[in-house]
Design a protein around this ligand. Sequence first.
Ligand code: NIG
Ligand code: FE
Length: 406
Amino acid sequence: MSTLITNIKGLVQARPEAVQTVKGAAMKELPVLSQAYLLIENGLIHSFGPMSECPERADIVIDATGKYVLPCWCDPHTHIVYAGSREGEFVDKIKGLSYEEIAQRGGGIVNSAKRLQAAAESELIESALSRLTEMESFGTGAVEIKSGYGLSYDGEIKMLRAIKKLKDRSRLRLKATFLGAHAYPPEYKQDHEGYIRLMIDKMLPAIADEGLADYIDVFCDRGFFSADETARILEAGARYGLRPKIHANELDYSGGIETGVKYRALSVDHLEYTGKEQIKALLESDTMPTLLPSTAFFLGLHEPPARQMIDSGLPVALATDYNPGSSPSGNMQFILSLASIKLKMMPEEAINAATINAAYAMGIEQEMGAITPGKRASIMITKPMPSLTFMPYSFANNMVEQVIIS
Ligand code: NIG
Ligand code: FE
């Protein structure tokens, strides 16, 4: 089966040779081939080039006059398996309560955990599938999904089994992350040791046994898990070959970035509290700093210093953090707009961050994130646009017309 896309106004992220990540000043360089064709064969990118060299036939031909073609977004940080919603807390926030105050009153993650524990696995799968379909309509082709609303042996295993089934049922490329250490459940509020032992002695062996997780995560922040607690959990995960992707420095200088780097995290995410020392630690690592601008937007947090990071030579990835408490949206195009408007990232930097660097942050940079022969043909075709910048400029609109998955 072959599909030929012709007359493409701009073929974006077209790289004949694969790259792993783009960092620093190179993030501004985004290869765009004008008046191009793209040939897909058997679900993979076969070749591309100028229209003057376009092949003569294919099984399906799509004319993309006036339109751009991009590799699908990768969304390397989400919590899309959940039950219920939390718009009551949204109103509490409007009235002036902070995210931490809501959590201290039994709202927040613990609120979602109560609902998840009562939900059937099938219900979790169906609601997550409809979220995935919506994300795909905005151009997303790969999604990392975390557990972390179980907060009990049964709850965490139920969530991870749901994610495993989603891998079979969804067309999108999915990765699963074990986030038992999302919050202390109320019954362990005074017994941190007890909950850490439950994760290390009971949950992790069962998860490894059933092959339920690709990565391990800890919410390393003020009021949640300390850097020392994080280190113990990551060490235990490493014994089962689980590489960390952690929540770090969202609410304070938590030591999360340094701990993540020490345990060779694939990514450290959030990073609202990042200073010179943390940037230095990241520069000496192969950990991807991953920014979640819709969370800072929704909670009214100050912005992570994306400009300093990139100007210091770091790569940056972007994700939605889609979850019911701090980012109830999975629209990656809106993330691009926020990255440009709030984080002062150039549109080219934001697109690199949401494609190739985001693919790296979920360990699939060999398969996705760029238009490179041999990679999966997961691509989006835009509506007609005057320029590529028109996409982040048109915030909250959907500029994607068609998505092709593999
Ligand atoms: O990434 N920061 C921790 N976890 C989620 C929020 C989860 C929730 O509030 O339900 C986040 O923002
Ligand atoms: Fe998160």
